[in-house]
Design a protein around this ligand. Structure first.
Ligand code: BGC
Length: 820
């Protein structure tokens, strides 16, 4: 690795033009190389639930982990660090130097489209879990990226929204996780698309102070993809690297601006030095490139991903139903479309093509093989776009191989490219010169006769033909310039077609490649199902005849995705009716919720047990079956407060007014907002059950502390159940006295996890950092601890804190004079 003097020597060798060239990506995912300097390219790739590699190609699969909310739900920094290592191993396998993760934005509102991709509603939990992931990734020589700096918490108008936020809130809540990331040594920070207080983030003074100056961030500030919109403002600010490239706002205009004295050359030098520093760290400077090999074998990676599923699964309710004892089961009814097609990830740039997905149904079948009968009933047909063609429903019309045929045609319809592909989701078909039309064709293999729904997603001119008959033909111009929507999840247009089981009709989908419409083309088909009433009947019957029913409900692809926020939290009347019907038929019903963020659960008081599976990643089935059958404890505790109804949530506004989105709740987001409004959610932040029970016996800590010092508290608890277990012991703070400072009702100060055998008493040592007792003082522009009494509270969630003890904070000078 080069030292700082060496970086300066290298910098001196570069002309202004070369330096500026290095500051814009060479491609969508690569930085520019400079062979004369021995500087290689750096390859960047999304995260956070897996490492996709360069480009979107379903043949290049990735290990898919549970989504970020599920990782935060583990409250387990060791595990998250290991998972960071897994991402690094994947990065190695794919030749990636920089992983674009973690996402440190907060769950400010449950409607946020990228809720699943962010850790939690709490700055401390987000900061600690994010730092753990960063340590895990970077320990293997792969760089992590803390994104999206800052206050990019919702999707509506995300490219332009101006978030209005006061200084104290910014520091204590939204910047705090990034501060923790920098303290953990993160190598890159990504500047978001949004504005904060009137300035776009890629040109924002916050990139300099506090990020680079006060926090000492020595890494690279990279723009979110396409977030640079001006030359001078962004070049003068702390932004270092513009992505993607090679086109952009810097290049020649920046060279001219430096020559004209409008931008200091030293500003350019600082950016290049940071880039060189990163390259040196990543092994891309000064010596022949040798990337390390992946350190995990596929089997090890899968086992770890499976462990993570159980660790993040939250058991919200258990009326004696879980864990299930396979030896005592005759028949298990597994109900719901999501049981067979478990949604393993959210939509948008975070998406990867998983290696092999194990749906919950397969996990249950594997767990009960040779012991109990498993019956699956899909329930009502889910709404939303038809699922992409896969290797079951489609085959290549030329070869008969399962999958589809992808062709690119010129304006005369002549073939420029053709390839067999695995499915109907083609986001980056090649575009050879003269490319005019993308065509996806397949023979369909319907197993059910009736009305199928056939769909095509993409922008521009689209058509669908079935055995030569037109199903759909029209012009659908882009409705947004958001890259996630344009390139990853464009809307679907669909039409009905009558198909009979056993036939092999030829489906041909075409999309013309007009400028500005992107390349994404997705073709899907959904089989007919019974009507809702018949589907509910079948579900009730199966539940009644089973010893236990497991009903899986969740959000569809159209709900949780980057590029748009949700407008409601319901699962829809059909899914709610399904759970009602199943519970009525069999009280021994386990409801499994397959969503990335909160949904309303109107039947939650009726079910036998309620599990949140989140988006569990590719090992969904194995990991959830481990929990259901008690091979693993459900390790999850809520990283965000779960409303009973959207209307109760403290923050529901996502739509800016005249371009502005005020964060009026200030520091009172999430559980702090619920507490202040005296509202009761369905489940509090921190809540989650294991398979044993705990008594919280005693809390002790220092009676008095000096402002600015850390403290440690001890929580004594006892495993009062019949099984060994793990408990996440949470410590909160409150300020009992009136004060000039507006404190939250209570706030998370620290946590730790303990394990204990039945009957065992264990002591949890929870470290409370000095920062937990301080607030950002706007007048002095610094952190300050108000002297006086505080209360420490301990328990299993912010809504259940049986132990409390007082602590007096005294000023350092007061302490000194007392000692005299
Ligand atoms: C997203 C980023 C992502 C980038 C590259 C953007 O649209 O906001 O999170 O890393 O695209 O895919």
């Amino acid at each position: 690795m080069a030292d700082e003097d060496e970086l300066d020597r290298l910098l001196d060798k570069l002309t202004l033009r070369t330096k500026v060239r290095l500051l814009t990506g060479a491609t969508t995912w690569r930085t520019a190389a400079e062979p004369d300097l021995g500087l290689g390219e750096l390859v960047l790739s999304d995260g956070p639930a897996g490492v996709r590699g360069e480009g979107w190609d379903e043949r290049r699969t990735s290990v898919l982990l549970p989504s970020a909310s599920a990782l935060a739900a583990t409250w387990d920094e060791h595990l998250v660090e290991e998972l960071g290592g897994l991402l690094a191993s994947e990065a190695r396998r794919k030749g990636v130097d920089v992983v674009l993760a973690p996402n440190l934005n907060l769950h400010r509102t449950p409607l946020a489209g990228r809720h699943f991709e962010c850790f939690s509603e709490d700055p401390v939990l987000t900061g600690r879990i994010g730092a753990a992931l960063i340590r895990g990734v970077q320990a293997h020589g792969v760089a992590a990226t803390a994104k999206h700096f800052v206050a990019n918490d919702t999707e509506t108008d995300r490219l332009t929204v101006d978030v209005r936020i006061d200084e104290r809130t910014l520091r204590e809540v939204y910047l705090a996780p990034f501060e923790a990331a920098v303290a953990a040594g993160v190598r890159l920070v990504m500047a978001g698309y949004n504005q904060v207080d009137g300035t776009t983030m890629t040109a924002h003074p916050l990139l300099t102070a506090p990020l680079k100056s006060e926090w000492g961030f020595a890494g690279v500030v990279v723009s979110d993809w396409g977030a640079v919109r001006g030359t001078l403002d962004t070049a003068r600010a702390g932004l270092d690297l513009q992505m993607p490239g090679p086109a952009g706002e810097w290049g020649e205009p920046l060279v001219r601006a430096v020559e004209a004295g409008e931008v200091e050359e030293s500003a350019v030098d600082d950016k290049v030095r940071r880039l060189l520093r990163l390259a040196a760290w990543a092994g891309a400077l000064g010596r022949p490139r040798r990337r390390a090999r992946p350190h995990l074998r596929p089997r090890q990676a899968r086992a770890l991903a499976r462990r993570a599923v159980a660790a993040g699964t939250v058991l919200l309710v258990n009326r004696g139903v879980l864990p299930l004892a396979p030896a005592r089961l005759g028949t298990v009814a597994v109900i719901g479309a999501a049981a067979a097609r478990t949604r393993t990830q959210g939509g948008g740039s975070a998406g990867v093509f998983p290696q092999d997905e194990v749906p919950l149904l397969d996990g249950i079948r594997a767990g009960l093989r040779g012991r109990a009968r498993v019956v699956h009933v899909p329930g009502p047909v889910p709404d939303g776009p038809p699922p992409p063609l896969d290797m079951v429903v489609a085959s290549d019309p030329r070869t008969g191989t399962p999958g589809v045929l992808l062709r690119v045609l010129d304006a005369d319809g002549d073939e420029l490219y053709s390839a067999h592909r695995r499915g109907g989701r083609q986001l980056e078909p090649p575009v050879p010169p003269g490319a005019h039309t993308v065509e996806i064709s397949a023979r369909l293999h319907p197993r059910t006769s009736g009305t199928w729904r056939i769909g095509i997603a993409g922008f521009g001119r689209l058509s669908l033909h079935l055995d030569g008959r037109p199903l759909l033909d029209g012009e659908f111009p882009p409705t947004t310039d958001d890259p996630a929507v344009l390139h990853v999840s464009p809307p679907t247009r669909a039409a009905d077609a009558e198909l009979s089981a056993g036939s092999t009709p030829l489906l041909v989908a075409r999309r013309e490649l007009a400028p500005g419409t992107g390349r994404a083309t997705v073709v899907g088909a959904r089989p007919p199902g019974p009507g809702t009433a018949a589907a509910l009947d079948a579900a009730s019957r199966a539940a009644r005849e089973a010893d236990v029913a497991v009903v899986v409900v969740g959000t569809g692809e159209q709900h949780e995705s980057e590029g748009r926020d949700r407008s409601h939290l319901t699962l829809g009347p059909d899914q709610d009716a399904l759970v009602h019907a199943v519970v009525q038929a069999n009280p021994r019903t386990v409801a499994v919720v397959n969503s990335g963020g909160p949904v309303e659960l109107p039947w939650r008081d009726d079910v036998g047990a309620l599990l949140l599976a989140w988006f569990p990643g590719q090992e969904a089935g194995g990991g959830l079956a481990d929990v259901l059958f008690g091979r693993a404890e459900p390790g999850g505790r809520l990283p965000t407060t779960w409303p009973a109804r959207l209307a109760d949530a403290p923050v529901t506004r996502t739509r800016p007014d005249a371009g502005r989105l005020p964060y009026d709740e200030g520091i009172h987001l999430g559980h702090r907002g619920w507490l202040r409004a005296r509202r009761t959610p369905a489940y509090w932040f921190g809540h989650g059950l294991g398979y044993t029970t705990w008594a919280y016996d005693e809390l002790s800590g220092p009676a008095r502390i000096v402002a600015g010092e850390d403290l440690t508290v001890r929580v004594r608890l006892r495993n009062t159940g019949a099984r060994p277990g793990r408990e996440v012991v949470q410590v909160y703070l409150s300020r009992p006295e009136r004060s000039a400072v507006d404190y939250p009702e209570r706030w998370l100060a620290g946590w730790t996890a303990v394990r204990g055998l039945p009957g065992e008493t264990v002591d949890a040592q929870v470290r409370v950092p000095a920062r937990a007792l301080s607030h950002w003082d706007v007048t002095s522009g610094g952190w300050r601890t108000e002297p006086g009494p505080y209360r420490l509270l301990a328990g299993p969630s912010v809504g259940e804190l049986p132990l409390t003890v007082g602590v007096l904070a005294v000023d350092r000078c007061r302490e000194a004079s007392d000692a005299d």
